[in-house]
Design a protein around this ligand. Structure first.
Ligand code: NI
Length: 263
């Protein structure tokens, strides 16, 4: 699906990756589009069988597929997120909320300084949402105080792939209440599609702790001893992941088109 405001689908993902562009190519891109996608994830435990990088791997793959479908540039993935409550499990690398706020603020401000005006954040981790919105509020204010040329025109949006209604419907159809809230079979399925070597980690697990509140790291580990919140990731299959990737990309492509047209 493409919008009249979008350059259209591109042949492969390489040409929409900002990290593989030269600055001359970015300058040329800015002459016909001011839109850019910034994927953000997290590096945190995903239960006893899920990859630590799940939230970053999924956000990156979906962002690149949306970029491929629309021709909108995709930045490198911000792979560290606000995961303080997962710090009871080894391998988790968290940014404190104030740190993440500064990181998102500075990344968006860099893009706005060079003329990007539509910043579409594709997020893979629920713990990033509040802080990212706070960063947007801060960067609108900073852009005005620095008198940047596009300070009164640029807009930011965060889109959470796992909360898109078509994705949630599909997860419900596939897994029912075994989807749970963390280390979900839907996100694990996506990683199995992206990295088939992860299939070797899959194994049946005992019933998980039911999903409930999230407080600090110690409390999280006590409530959810193996890291899962009500989920059964053993139900995940790579082919589900392929399907969910397409559902997410389709929904976010539409969301991005509406975001661009609304300005
Ligand atoms: Ni996750």
């Amino acid at each position: 699906m493409t919008s009249k405001l979008l350059p259209g689908a591109v042949e492969n993902v390489t040409s929409i990756r900002l990290d593989l562009c030269t600055w001359k190519e970015v300058e040329e891109y800015l002459s016909f589009s001011k839109a850019i996608i910034l994927p953000i994830g997290s590096t945190e435990q995903h239960g006893p069988t899920g990859a630590i990088g799940t939230d970053a791997l999924t956000a990156e793959a979906i962002a690149q597929e949306v970029g491929r479908r629309t021709g909108v540039l995709v930045t490198p993935t911000q792979c560290f997120g606000m995961a303080e409550h997962h710090l009871g499990f080894p391998g988790t690398m968290s940014l404190q909320p104030a740190t993440l706020l500064s990181v998102i603020h500075d990344l968006v401000l860099s893009l706005v300084t060079h003329g990007f005006e539509q910043i579409f954040v594709i997020n893979g981790h629920g713990g990033n949402i509040a802080t990212t919105k706070a960063a947007f509020a801060q960067v609108y204010s900073t852009a005005i105080s620095r008198d940047l040329p596009s300070a009164r025109r640029f807009r930011c949006k965060i889109a959470n792939w796992f909360l898109m209604s078509s994705v949630m419907r599909e997860a419900k159809d596939l897994y029912g209440d075994k989807e749970g809230q963390h280390a979900t079979p839907s996100e694990i399925a996506l990683t199995l599609h992206l990295q088939p070597s992860l299939l070797s980690k899959q194994r049946p697990l005992p019933d998980p702790s039911p999903a409930g509140p999230i407080h600090g790291a110690d409390d999280f580990r006590r409530r959810y001893p193996d890291g899962r919140m009500g989920s059964d990731p053993y139900l995940a299959r790579p082919e589900h992941g392929y399907d969910l990737l397409n559902k997410a990309a389709e929904a976010l492509t539409k969301d991005l088109s509406q975001f661009l047209e609304a300005l």
